[in-house]
Write a protein that binds this ligand. Structure first.
Ligand SMILES: *[C@@H]1O[C@H](CO)[C@@H](O)[C@H](O)[C@H]1NC(C)=O
Ligand SMILES: [Zn+2]
Length: 423
């Protein structure tokens, strides 16, 4: 198959840059197409794990008949189109020039450096500055949490929002941005923190006051910083694993069903599971943090983007394990309630049956280890029109509809499991 040859022939050093430069994606086009044969699927998998190929996969390669979103550099587009034509495959252009999308995404203007709101995307320092400021402004409700540290020595900070000491054994854990480029997820996580502190709506108050919320907006700070300073489309951690390739996929690195499917053993792949479970300092230290509160977890929510899905355990099997039926029931209601505000359509299902087999994810480990009743992974907006580069004006709408679904999830859960007075 030609794909692999193409990849190896073009170890284009033009893609390497002085460390201070930002990678640019001028005229890189995001395509969606459906591979038709096993041979093509295998070639795409090889291409995905080849260094500096000029092909950036935005979706995993799941098999024949499963759509693939791939960003292609301008100098590879002619050959890509020729290969598709030769194989009689249609493709769709999702984004013509992704650099334009990056330029228009809505990173905050320099004049607002250090400030915080939900009309723009923010740096790690700004997010952490805001977490510290709310912890000091609302000491009765908000506590700064130290969840661990990263390979490059950064802190992994979160907050606990607690309105009632009686909730100490009912923890809702929310993590976001374990995948660095999924900026909408940390924006939504901070939006939710803010709502839990201050929204006066009766249902939101009820939710906020019924649990202790532990929210970590950026679970992969090294990757997140790299996505700001150097490469907007960075996904993994920043551990160096080969001459050209850095990082393991921190959501394929957890010690449950590690590397049993849907993860790569190639360090250059975006789904590299790492050399061992918890090889990444960020996953190791946050797993220890989660362990310390594991038996009090009532819910574990992981925020990702994109594709508008509400996913439940597990990623290694389509079997309906644990409380699958209940999570489906609650999830169906939640996506219906999510759609009410703006009509945003989600699908719900087990990871392996809804999208693809993927193992070593944080939610699956937490679910299996602590039998957490409520466990969901969100794939937030959109469906590929902007992909990871969701315009900042969608932060607030995405935050509001996501909060609607969280209210729904816990409303349903309480209906199914009414609290008794002694609790
Ligand atoms: C992108 O493509 C346009 C149209 O072909 C061209 O004029 C422009 O120079 C290209 N930009 C870069 C940075 O290569
Ligand atoms: Zn993700």
């Amino acid at each position: 198959m030609k794909f692999l040859l193409v990849a190896l022939a073009t170890v284009a050093l033009s893609a390497t840059l002085a460390t201070s430069d930002k990678v640019r994606y001028d005229n890189y086009t995001l395509f969606r197409f459906v591979p038709k044969t096993k041979a093509m699927v295998q070639s795409l998998i090889d291409l995905e794990s080849a260094p500096l190929s000029g092909y950036h996969f935005f979706s995993p390669i799941q098999g024949e008949a499963q759509p693939v979103d791939v960003l292609i550099s301008p100098d590879h587009q002619a050959e890509f189109k020729a290969i598709l034509e030769e194989n009689n495959i249609e493709s769709e252009v999702l984004v013509e020039d992704i650099q334009k999308s990056i330029d228009n995404e809505g990173f905050r203007p320099d004049t607002l450096a250090g400030s915080f709101d939900w009309r723009a995307y923010h740096t790690l320092d700004e997010i952490y500055g805001w977490l510290r400021s709310i912890a000091s402004s609302y000491p009765d409700r908000v506590t700064l949490l130290y969840g661990g540290s990263t390979g490059q020595g950064r802190d992994i900070l979160g907050v606990r929002i607690s309105h009632n000491p009686a909730n100490a054994e009912r923890i809702v854990f929310i993590e976001a941005n374990i995948h660095a480029r999924e900026w909408i997820t940390s924006a939504v996580a901070t939006f939710i923190i803010n709502q839990l502190i201050g929204n006066t709506d009766a249902e939101v108050r009820h939710l906020a006051e019924s649990y202790d919320f532990y929210v970590f907006p950026v679970f992969n700070p090294d990757g997140f910083v790299h996505s700001h300073t150097t490469n907007r489309l960075w996904r993994k951690t920043r551990t160096q694993y080969s001459i050209f390739c850095y990082g393991a996929d921190p959501n394929r690195n957890w010690p449950y069903q590690w590397m049993t499917g849907g993860a790569s053993n190639q360090p250059c792949s975006d789904t590299y599971g790492g050399p061992a479970p918890l090889s990444e300092p960020s996953t190791l230290s946050t797993s220890n943090f989660i362990r310390s509160i594991g038996r009090n977890l009532e819910a574990y929510i992981s925020l990702h983007s994109y594709s508008q899905m509400l996913l439940l355990p597990y990623g290694h099997t389509t079997a309906h394990l644990d409380n699958y039926d209940e999570l489906m029931l609650i999830g169906r209601q939640a996506i219906q309630d999510l759609s009410r505000r703006y009509g945003t359509q989600y699908v719900v299902g087990n990871i392996a049956e809804t999208i693809y087999v993927a193992t070593g994810g944080s939610m699956d480990w937490v679910k299996n280890e602590f039998q957490v009743p409520i466990s969901y992974t969100y794939e937030l907006r959109d469906l590929g029109q902007n992909g990871f580069i969701l315009p900042a004006e969608e932060i607030i709408p995405t935050g509001l509809e996501t909060l609607d679904s969280l209210v729904s999830i816990f409303r349903s859960y309480e209906l199914l499991h009414p609290r008794t007075d002694s609790e």
